[in-house]
Write a protein that binds this ligand. Structure first.
Ligand SMILES: Nc1nc2c(ncn2[C@@H]2O[C@H](COP(=O)(O)OP(=O)(O)O)[C@@H](O)[C@H]2O)c(=O)[nH]1
Ligand SMILES: [Mg+2]
Length: 327
């Protein structure tokens, strides 16, 4: 399961958002971690077509980093797979665009410090040594130059070799990021925030967190919230992770699974069960849209929409997979 770190200036509403997120999620072990189901409309549709007894969504973990952007906080952020920047967009003195600049600058400075000390070490080791070491130094020089220009690393094109050299440093600005504006009740996302910024009314959503469903719905409706912004936060965060989601369906359950982009059918099988990967024979694949258009898996097969794929097949977003295996 991938994790998303909440980051932002103090009092932007990170912990409030986190409280709201824990509503939907089962407790994620530690107190500052919330495991949250990823909303996915496809699951309900598939489950009703196939008569599945239950739905199992993908999950993602949110981490409310203790200590904010201090040393300890940064260390915890490095362990996450993506960052969710929370901006205060409530109150008369709200300056969310300025906050975003501050947070971005802070993350760049933190990376710059890491890159600098790593570069120093790499340069020493590179003196008259193997080409692998100077490769590392070159990647670090590149990263350092980008950061010195006050740009986040995610905006720069790095070669695969460079990425491999930098991976171990877990640089923060290399991670995907989503921006959340914590809005005034009834407020809208300010126009000067980047496109794709998700608006949420964290306080209302956190208040409803402790309520029964019906009571919560009534309160949200009072503020004109029909679809909680919280869902949008979770969905956008999951999307930012750049994963591929494939689906399985049957009488027992319809379920979403995640794999990295580029994963093959046996690797996808391995996510479901290690036996399925070891004993992989073939994958039967129907695209989600084809299942829906035909009105079910069997009907899609009857229409010739089922593909039989081998071990080199690269899984695509929305593939409904049936793995054939033998152990
Ligand atoms: N009015 C208003 N207050 C909020 C909202 N979200 C958070 N707050 C308040 O802002 C303060 C700081 O929030 P908190 O979540 O602890 O911020 P953090 O420092 O980023 O974790 C708390 O007193 C919250 O009750 C909101 O949407 N509207
Ligand atoms: Mg907090």
């Amino acid at each position: 399961m991938k994790s998303i770190g909440l980051v932002g200036v103090p009092y932007s509403g990170k912990s409030t958002l986190f409280t709201a997120l824990t509503r939907s999620g089962a407790a994620g072990g530690r107190a500052n971690q919330a495991v949250v189901p990823v909303p996915d409309d496809r699951l309900g549709v598939l489950a009703s077509l196939e008569g599945s007894a239950r739905i199992v969504p993908a999950q993602v973990r949110f981490v409310d980093v203790p200590g904010g952007a201090t040393g300890q906080g940064l260390a915890a952020l490095r362990e996450t797979d993506a960052l969710c920047v929370v901006l205060r967009a409530f109150g008369v003195d709200a300056r969310p665009a300025k906050e975003l600049e501050e947070v971005s600058a802070e993350l760049i400075l933190a990376d710059l410090a890491v890159a600098e000390s790593a570069l120093e070490g790499a340069r020493k080791r590179a003196k008259g040594r193997s080409p692998g070491v100077s490769e590392e130094a070159e990647a670090l020089e590149h990263a350092h130059a980008v950061l010195s220009g006050e740009r986040p690393l995610r905006e720069e094109a790095f070669t695969d070799t460079e990425r491999a050299s930098l991976r171990g440093l877990a640089l923060l600005t290399m991670k995907p990021v989503i921006v959340v504006a914590n809005l005034e009740e009834g407020g809208m996302v300010p126009a000067d925030l980047p496109p794709g910024t998700v608006g949420v009314w964290a306080e209302i959503e956190a208040e409803t967190a402790s309520m029964q469903d019906e009571e919560a719905r009534a309160l949200l409706a009072e503020f004109g919230v029909t679809r909680p912004g919280l869902d949008a936060v979770v969905a956008a965060s999951y999307r930012a992770l750049d994963l591929v989601t494939f689906l399985t369906t049957g009488p027992d359950e319809t379920r979403a699974w995640e794999v990295r982009k580029g994963a093959t059918a046996p690797e996808a099988a391995g996510v479901v069960h290690s036996d399925m990967q070891r004993g992989f024979i073939r994958a039967e694949v129907v695209g989600y849209e084809d299942v829906v258009a035909a009105g079910g898996w069997d009907a899609a097969q009857a229409r010739g929409r089922l593909r039989v794929e081998g071990k080199d097949y690269v899984v695509r977003e929305g593939d409904v997979l049936h793995i054939r295996f033998a152990v």
